[in-house]
Design a protein around this ligand. Structure first.
Ligand SMILES: Nc1nc2c(c(=O)[nH]1)N[C@H]1C(S)=C(S)[C@@H](COP(=O)(O)OP(=O)(O)OC[C@H]3O[C@@H](n4cnc5c(=O)[nH]c(N)nc54)[C@H](O)[C@@H]3O)O[C@H]1N2
Ligand SMILES: Nc1nc2c(c(=O)[nH]1)N[C@H]1C(S)=C(S)[C@@H](COP(=O)(O)OP(=O)(O)OC[C@H]3O[C@@H](n4cnc5c(=O)[nH]c(N)nc54)[C@H](O)[C@@H]3O)O[C@H]1N2
Ligand code: SF4
Ligand SMILES: [Mo]
Length: 897
């Protein structure tokens, strides 16, 4: 078999400009496609397989060229409606990831000491047997909760399978390092406030393939887009980033709130280089301004939100008819009628005879009440333009300009992951959702926040099986009672897990099954996990390559790359498939690995595991399966009445006609059962901008906990509030004298989390992490362009290469997560040299609702270093060792082994 015929030089020419260029379309079309990769001319023997990339959390359509069983070229699929033929550098590099010489090829068990990197090849059967045997031993001796399961967040197509395994096995303790730090704060808050019409999650996150209105750039009336703590040009270059470029080309004005001058900031009408961790202060300022200048959508707010409802200022709960009249209805809310100056029940959806006050404080039966909007107004009162400018290190004139652009909608506020990564995560999401709703930017043409159709193939096509956990096991979830928002996803709180491992309180954890990349690159305060890893009795790592985490494992399992795996992919109203284009070595789909472990536990006497393979016993939940084919066929037959293979043959498959899928104002549709509008998926059927439900959540766990929980240590606040970051750079802070700069992070277009650091093409473009630093700060700390610097926080010290630029707030520095596979077999195991998560913070304060810790907005200092870290590769030729190796193609066979 011949070596891959790929021309690296031409590839570089195409991808070195990624980030900005990758999000363009039209004239750059050829460049971003496979032809730039210098692929050989097509011969009759070349087969083109239509698949979808999973190099990040995007869904980009791919045409894979396969010759004699060997993948030789990737290019974009022009029919995929969200990406229209575009692919980014990571996607094109999939070929080097697939054929990387460092792949995990066979199951292996450790034979040397931990970290010694001595392994013995074993059969799959032996590996599964060892794992199941150990898990059953722990379960019987100590309890299932002492087994910890973890997974990857973005980029993990089968997120649900870990949750499924954990619940079937009986442990409430599973997590992924995003979650509380990614997307969960937004999904929970948008769900509790907006609720959507059908209670399905809906946010405005372009990175997470939401905000679907942007893909209709040819006919959307959208006028403005605020990109807040997000950068589509980096987070989804060929998908959302591409669509944003198209919108701007058609005159949509953009505002970018980001400490850095990113590709999207560079093209914005207003760029607000905010101080990390102060977003809520700026949001409260925007709300204050919108209230003060009456820029809100009065009609929508009055008729479709709970802002006119009266709230008892003592209990903070909305008044019900039953509170003001005996025998009154407890589901009918109360307003203050302007005409009669009295409290009146407001029947759903509206009563034309009433004229409710939007603002004001009133006494009702001797009880002080305010409207929801009045409470919001009071909360925002201190946050004038000048005050916000002072807190956020911004210019008041620019803030005002930004708000005025936002108010010229329709449009919306795309909130990214930045605000999910500091302890004000939930508050930032509450305020962002409130802003769009106050402006009425919801479900109307041109709005980002929508309720378009559901093609029933979300990324985790798996039902919420965690509810199967018996109440007793559910209540053992670490952190579950305090940070109750996390029960919406069913995951535990990783800092609480860490404490439990270290202290044995309330119980120790003994086994860790991990199925993603490099946890030491992505978890906050990475060093704090080493003691925990060393304490574990048994660790399994399932991944495509060995990473720093593998160094601590007892069993390594080889998993498939996306080019070897099958899945259903839902872009807009269409269904596409990811399908195996080849198969290498003994790699297996992880979904099947979990199933095999469950099956073996069943054979060893675990009744729930055994039952999970029996459809009769698990109905109506989906049963476990023996192979990917069985699993996908089960889903496809259930939802589409055809097998996965039949679907693959029909791609591009229109799951719903576009006009039925792209529907607006679904809240106004009449519900045939009631004869009234469907409204929103909240108890009041209105958007609940005054977040009464957060109080109930704190007290009981409703609506997410399947069984009632004891109250959290304090009620969650129904409104967003601002607190200064715990590690504050402001004058008077003792810490800031030692660590004067604020650290933050953000995506690089060349890598996905901890992945692809072993891909020569990408490391050639970006070999080591840069730290962005303003020229003034650089001068102050004696740093010049290209210098190696030390970066230090209270928690540790790393190195980075200085990128001196005016494109960053002068008090802020920026880096992205990084690790170096080339030093895997040294004492550092590759995670200590240049990894920003050595510096980040994973202890209190946590977000009250969700449990978020601090990945952005903590303090560091920078000084000139004596040179690069030892052993880290810097020159292009060094990466040659990782170029694809010639190998016989393993025949494409049944995906299970
Ligand atoms: N300091 C700092 N830390 C952070 C962040 C930050 O911005 N700053 N970001 C946080 C966020 S938002 C997140 S989501 C986490 C990410 O943390 P993790 O998700 O744990 O990171 P990875 O494992 O590197 O990435 C997810 C994995 O999914 C893998 N994947 C692709 N295909 C498959 C497959 O078929 N099966 C499986 N199982 N996996 C597959 C990818 O290869 C990738 O390794 O990191 C968090 N950590
Ligand atoms: N290339 C690539 N794409 C990815 C991923 C990846 O790892 N690589 N990960 C995927 C995942 S799981 C996620 S969650 C998404 C995330 O996608 P995004 O939401 O776009 O996340 P980031 O790029 O991490 O952060 C967005 C921006 O926030 C800015 N920022 C930093 N601190 C602050 C702050 O305090 N306030 C504000 N307002 N802005 C701040 C950063 O400079 C950055 O440009 O990307 C997804 N797509
Ligand atoms: S944005 Fe790039 S890595 Fe992500 S799915 Fe698309 S092509 Fe793949
Ligand atoms: Mo994420």
């Amino acid at each position: 078999m011949k070596q891959l015929v790929l021309n690296r030089r031409q590839f570089l020419k195409a991808t070195a400009i990624t980030g900005i260029a990758a999000s363009f379309s039209g004239s750059l079309k050829g460049l971003m496609q496979g032809e730039a990769a210098g692929a050989p001319a097509k011969t009759a023997a070349t087969k083109i397989i239509r698949t979808c990339c999973r190099g990040c959390i995007g869904k980009c359509g791919i045409l894979a060229h396969v010759k004699d069983g060997r993948l030789i070229k990737l290019e974009g699929d022009p029919d995929q409606p969200m990406t229209r033929g575009k692919v980014c550098a990571k996607g094109l590099a999939g070929i080097q990831a697939l054929y990387n010489p460092n792949r995990n090829k066979y199951p292996m068990v450790r034979v040397g000491a931990r970290g010694e990197n001595k392994w013995k090849r074993v059969s799959w059967e032996e590996a599964i047997d060892t794992i199941a045997g150990k898990l059953m031993e722990i379960r019987e001796k100590y309890g299932a909760e002492q087994v910890l399961c973890t997974t990857g967040g973005g980029g993990n197509p089968e997120f649900g399978s870990v949750r499924r395994f954990a619940s079937v096995f009986g442990t409430p303790n599973w997590f992924e390092p995003g979650a509380q730090q990614c997307y969960m704060p937004r999904t929970v808050c948008y769900n509790m406030i907006y609720g959507n019409t059908d209670m399905k999650y809906q946010t405005t996150s372009i990175a997470d393939s939401e905000g679907h209105e942007i893909y209709f750039y040819d006919d959307t009336p959208m006028k403005t887009l605020v990109i807040w703590g997000s950068c589509p040009a980096n987070n989804s270059p060929s998908q959302g980033g591409r669509a944003v470029v198209e919108l701007r080309a058609r005159g949509v004005q953009t505002v970018v709130v980001d400490p850095r001058f990113t590709a999207d900031a560079a093209k914005a009408d207003v760029w607000l280089p905010i101080r990390p961790g102060t977003d809520v202060a700026l949001e409260l300022c925007w709300i204050r301004y919108i209230i003060e200048h009456k820029l809100y959508d009065e009609e929508f707010v009055m008729k479709w939100s709970n802002l006119p409802f009266l709230v008892n200022t003592q209990t903070k709960m909305c008044l019900r008819e039953s509170d003001i009249m005996p025998g009154g209805d407890s589901n009918t809310y109360v307003v203050l009628d302007r005409k009669t100056q009295s409290a009146k029940p407001l029947p759903y959806p509206w009563d034309d005879s009433l004229d409710p006050e939007l603002f004001g404080t009133f006494m009702v039966n001797g009880v002080e009440c305010k409207t929801g909007f009045q409470l919001y107004k009071e909360r925002c009162e201190p946050f004038t333009l000048e005050k916000a400018a002072e807190i956020c290190w911004l210019d008041a004139v620019m803030i005002e300009k930004a708000i005025k652009i936002y108010a010229q909608g329709p449009g919306g506020l795309c909130l990214g992951v930045a605000t999910d990564q500091h302890p004000q995560s939930a508050q930032a999401a509450m305020a962002a959702c409130a802003l769009d709703l106050m402006m009425g930017y919801v479900q109307k043409p041109g709005a980002l926040l929508q309720n378009f159709g559901d093609v029933k193939f979300g990324d985790s096509a798996v039902s919420p099986l965690y509810k199967l956990l018996p109440a007793e096991q559910f209540r053992k979830r670490l952190g579950g009672a305090e940070y109750k928002g996390a029960n919406s996803w069913g995951s535990c709180h990783n800092p609480t897990v860490l404490q439990a491992i270290k202290t044995g309180e309330p119980y120790p954890l003994r086994a860790w099954l991990e199925r993603s990349g490099n946890k030491l690159a992505v978890l906050g305060n990475a060093s704090s996990w080493i003691e925990a890893l060393e304490k574990m009795e048994f660790i399994v790592h399932m991944y495509m390559y060995p990473t720093s985490f593998s160094a601590y494992a007892d069993v390594l399992l080889p998993v498939q790359e996306w080019l070897e795996s099958d899945y259903v992919v839902p872009p807009l109203n269409m269904l596409f498939v990811r399908q195996a284009v080849t198969h290498t070595y003994e790699t297996m789909n992880e979904t099947v690995i979990w199933a095999k472990i469950a099956k073996r536990c069943g054979e060893l006497g675990h009744q729930a595991c055994k039952d999970s393979f029996d459809p009769a016993k698990t109905a109506p939940e989906q049963p476990y399966w023996n192979s990917m084919e069985e699993f996908l066929d089960y889903n496809c037959k259930l939802k589409l009445g055809m097998t996965f293979k039949e679907l693959a043959e029909k791609v591009p498959y229109e799951a719903m006609p576009i006009d039925k899928w792209r529907k607006y104002y679904t809240y106004k549709e009449i519900d045939p059962k009631t004869g009234k509008p469907k409204g929103f998926g909240r108890p009041s059927k209105k958007v609940e901008i005054y977040g009464e439900a957060f109080i109930t959540l704190a007290r009981t766990g409703a609506p997410y906990a399947p069984y009632p929980l004891p109250p959290a240590s304090k009620d969650y606040d129904p409104l967003p509030y601002f607190v200064e970051p715990h590690e504050s750079p402001l004058e008077g802070s003792e810490l800031a004298q030692k660590f004067p700069l604020v650290m933050t992070n953000g995506r690089l277009p060349y890598f996905h989390h901890g992945t692809l650091r072993n891909v020569p093409w990408l490391r050639e473009i970006y070999p080591v992490p840069e730290i962005w630093i303003h020229p003034k700060a650089a001068a102050k700390y004696g740093v010049s362009q290209g210098d190696w610097v030390n970066v230090e926080s209270q928690r540790g010290k790393i190195k980075a290469k200085a990128w001196v630029t005016e494109g960053i707030n002068p008090g802020v520095v920026y880096m992205e997560r990084f690790w170096t596979p080339e030093t895997l077999n040294t004492d550092t195991h590759g995670w200590k040299e240049v990894n920003v998560n050595v510096l980040s913070k994973n202890d209190a304060p946590f977000n009250d609702v969700i449990g978020t810790y601090t990945l952005r907005g903590y303090l560091v200092k920078v000084s000139k270093a004596d040179g690069p870290p030892k052993g880290v590769w810097l020159k292009p030729e060094e990466f040659k060792k990782w170029l694809p190796e010639p190998s016989d193609p393993t025949p494409l066979k049944d995906k299970e082994v």
